[in-house]
Design a protein around this ligand. Structure first.
Ligand code: FE
Ligand code: CA
Length: 531
């Protein structure tokens, strides 16, 4: 959701930034030295997609990170090594991978043959320089029964909306991994009204491979984001802003031709696959990306990581807050039939205690119709149609599946909306006595703004959506989940508010605290608030 624009436009209220003309700047002098001794490894290191015997290690050679990378077109060998100790003395794996110009000299290595359920340390070297040391881990084997799994759920980290205090806090947590459900970058041009010139976008709206590389580099130069990547493996999926706001399949937000948008989406997917710690084969076919997958943490949890952007049909009735017949179109799809069948088949077969769906946009029903009582000319029911509420037959098919197959302990993890929510998912959301078929936790944004006006309006809609048990639009932050065979706890971590006209996070050093905590008990559907 581009919440500022959509919400405010719909409700006819004041506010929101306008996009200003491009301002290109170089921040290399400010960012280059302090976070790496190296001029090659300016973007740090990352790891991701752990399995019980393997994990993906990532880096990218970029002496000119904001200007195409600076490595030219030639290939360069990069040595990687994995050790069991943080001093990198007990090396258990070592290898060489060629960094290629066509990949922006990014390197992703799927290191195999590792011990299950084990922490490792890793480092790259090239041309006499070494990267920082990263830490990562493998997951417990299938059949193992781990006593606990801890992770952070994050999304929506608009660089222009401020500093990554949330990542500073994440990097200090005792976690097994981080789940990122999208809006890792924002594609828009520089907003000259952003109060802090250190936090403005580089260049205008991004279109080319170089544009996307330079934008990812701007974000990845942030020291707290780098620290979080160096501390934990990430399990990632994208939402819209990694390509274009609220795009659907091959339908762009604005007036771009189909041909131009196809090329742009292809550029965006290529650079996403280059930049994120995902398996090297996700981008085998140019123009598309194989992002949906499942990840097992022993028998404790199976996490289905979904892609609700690439295969969806276009949003009905625009892509803001709206109501029209298209919301109930039985042919509308979020996942596409292949992914949906894969999800249902694997949910049915899963032997894990917790069945987790990590995905982009809100799955719960959120009817804003109550606002028609207080704001003239609004319809009696309306919805955020970029979310599953715009695809209600497809959503209700998931709910009906969970009910009919008696899938136990289903948990949906969501981002996108820049505010924190907890809800019970219902077989029939319009019937308060209908069965609870799962729970949904929506993390707030790392930085992206929601706006205090919106935060004050939403509570008026909640009495008519009784399955929604928690909402907080006033804080940025993330969600921390602690999962055992008996219970699932979600803590909504909040960055303390520093009032300012743009609702930004003005410093990375702001305190982070527990805003609220919710509990699920295995085998007993329904959320309870514990703090
Ligand atoms: Fe967002
Ligand atoms: Ca989004």
């Amino acid at each position: 959701m581009n919440s500022r624009r959509d919400f405010v436009k719909m409700l006819g209220m004041a506010g929101g930034f306008a996009l200003a003309p491009a301002l290109v700047r170089s921040v290399r002098a400010e960012w280059g030295a302090p976070f790496s001794q190296s001029t090659l490894f300016t973007l740090g290191v990352a790891s991701g997609d752990p399995r019980d015997d393997s994990v993906v290690l990532w880096t990218r050679l970029a002496p000119e990170p904001l200007d195409g990378g600076g490595m030219g077109q030639g290939a360069v060998d990069v040595t990687w090594k994995v050790a069991t100790d943080p001093a990198m003395t007990n090396v258990v794996r070592i290898g060489v991978k060629s960094a290629q110009g066509r990949n922006g000299h990014a390197v992703a290595v799927n290191v195999e043959g590792l011990q299950s359920d084990t922490w490792y340390y890793y480092q790259f070297s090239c041309l006499g320089e070494t990267s920082r040391i990263g830490r990562t881990r493998t997951f417990p084997s299938p059949g193992a029964t781990p006593s606990e799994m801890r992770f952070a759920l994050v999304s929506c980290q608009d660089f222009e909306a401020g500093y990554y205090a949330a990542y500073r806090d994440i990097a200090m947590q005792d976690l097994d991994f981080v789940v990122h459900v999208g809006d890792y970058i924002y594609e828009g041009g520089v907003d000259a009204r952003v109060p802090d010139p250190q936090r403005r976008h580089n260049g205008s709206e991004i279109m080319s491979v170089d544009d996307y590389r330079n934008r990812y580099a701007l974000y990845r130069l942030d020291p707290h984001l780098q620290a979080a990547h160096a501390a934990f493996p990430f399990i990632v999926t994208f939402d819209d802003h990694e390509v274009d706001n609220n795009y659907a399949g091959l339908t762009p937000e604005d007036q771009q031709t189909a041909q131009a948008f196809l090329q742009r989406r292809s550029n965006a997917y290529q650079v996403y696959a280059e930049t994120m710690p995902v398996r090297p084969n996700v981008h085998e076919k140019k123009g598309s990306i194989n992002l949906y997958r499942s990840v097992n943490f022993g028998d404790l949890a199976e996490m289905f990581v979904l892609d609700t952007r690439q295969y969806r049909t276009n949003q009905p009735c625009g892509d803001g807050l709206a109501f029209c017949d298209g919301i109930f179109d039985p042919a509308a799809t979020m996942m596409g039939s292949t992914q949906e069948e894969w999800l249902f088949r694997n949910l049915r077969q899963s032997r894990s205690t917790w069945k987790v769906m990590a995905q982009q946009v809100m799955m719960m029903r959120w009817d804003l119709g109550a606002l028609s009582q207080v704001i003239p000319n609004l319809p009696p029911h309306f919805f955020n149609v970029d979310a599953w509420d715009g695809y209600q037959v497809a959503r209700d098919r998931v709910m009906a599946f969970l009910a009919a197959e008696q899938i136990q302990n289903a948990v949906v993890l969501t981002g996108d909306i820049h505010s924190a929510w907890a809800a019970n998912l219902k077989a029939d959301f319009t019937d308060p006595s209908s069965a609870i078929v799962g729970a949904e936790f929506v993390c707030t944004s790392i930085t992206s703004t929601f706006g205090d006006t919106n935060a004050a309006v939403v509570p008026q809609t909640l009495p008519s959506n009784p399955h929604i048990r928690f909402f907080d639009g006033l804080h940025r932050g993330y969600s921390r989940c602690t999962v055992t065979p008996e219970r699932w706890r979600t803590d909504f971590r909040a960055v303390a508010r520093v009032p300012n006209p743009f609702f930004t996070v003005p410093s990375p050093d702001i305190a982070v605290f527990d805003r609220a905590s919710f509990l699920l008990r295995a085998g007993q559907p329904g959320l309870s608030q514990i703090v």
